[in-house]
Design a protein. Structure first.
Length: 273
């Protein structure tokens, strides 16, 4: 069993939990994820590692209560336990030689972008972060992203905080102002990661995206998390979740994501109380 040692509400439907999981914390790196099961009746749920503390033996996860599993998880309180917490899974991000990077987070994707920005910052890279939200009430991790970045730009769709507009507009401005990035990391909705990748392609800037397809076993066996990258089938759980954004077939990924929407809705209906 894995104890919840801290629970925090970041925005109305977004929660942070620090889980006591020393073996996972010992090996965790940015870019990796865990698969948890709330209880014996729960589905397996993959969540990216948002932070870890090797000395404390804890792993931080941040999740939005969108499906049955995340809603059940969100109902647990500090001191309660999660049945399974397996990881770290996936390939860790590699930042050797990166001197200047732009880290782009869209909505909840900011929770996954944060450990990447933090690691780059700790390795001495200059980090420009751009994080976008629908409105000011949905902003998460502002102070954390600020500490991990030499420049932080916040955008909101409605202009209620930061700059009104999209993260891509701000990234374009920074590039056109003469910032030369060794790497752009984009994490968020597929449509946003596609837009960032399309923006950086003509500039020839290496762009990494984090794919978050449906996962079942997390071991490369079920094929549920397949994505097409550079014309080849890859599994996000063992080959990713980070991939070259210029090679990912985003249109196919978006079609596959839509396929599962009805199942999720049905699951929520079945579990209504
Ligand atoms: Fe089954 Fe990746 S989750 S192959």
């Amino acid at each position: 069993m894995y104890k919840i040692v801290k629970k925090e509400t970041l925005s109305p439907a977004v929660k942070l939990m620090k889980i006591n999981a020393p073996y996972v914390a010992r090996k965790a790196e940015p870019g990796q994820f865990i698969i948890l099961r709330v209880d014996e009746f729960g589905e397996r749920c993959p969540l990216t590692i948002a932070d870890y503390d090797r000395e404390e033996g804890t792993v931080t996860i941040i999740f939005q209560e969108v499906g049955q599993t995340t809603k059940s998880l969100g109902m647990l309180e500090e001191g309660q336990d999660i049945l399974d917490f397996v990881g770290p899974l996936g390939v860790a991000s590699h930042f050797e030689g990166i001197k200047k990077a732009a880290v782009i987070g869209g909505g909840l994707g900011t929770a996954i972008a944060y450990p990447q920005a933090k690691k780059l910052h700790e390795m001495g890279a200059e980090v420009h972060s751009i994080v976008g939200f629908r409105n000011k009430d949905l902003i998460i991790l502002e102070s954390e992203m600020s500490k991990a970045s030499s420049k932080l730009i916040i955008t909101t769709d409605d202009g209620s905080n930061g700059t009104k507009g999209f993260v891509t507009d701000e990234l374009k401005k920074l590039i056109e102002e003469g910032n030369t990035y060794d790497l752009v990391i984009a994490i968020g909705p597929l449509i946003m990661m596609k837009a960032v990748s399309n923006l950086t392609r003509p500039y020839g800037i290496k762009t990494v995206v984090s794919m978050n397809p449906v996962m079942i076993d997390g071991t490369g066996m079920c094929g549920g998390c397949r994505v097409t990258v550079g014309g080849k089938t890859k599994f996000a759980c063992v080959d990713g979740p980070d991939f070259d954004g210029h090679e990912v077939d985003f249109d196919e990924a978006m079609r596959r994501q839509l396929m599962y929407k009805n199942h999720e809705r049905q699951s929520l209906e079945d579990h209504k109380c």
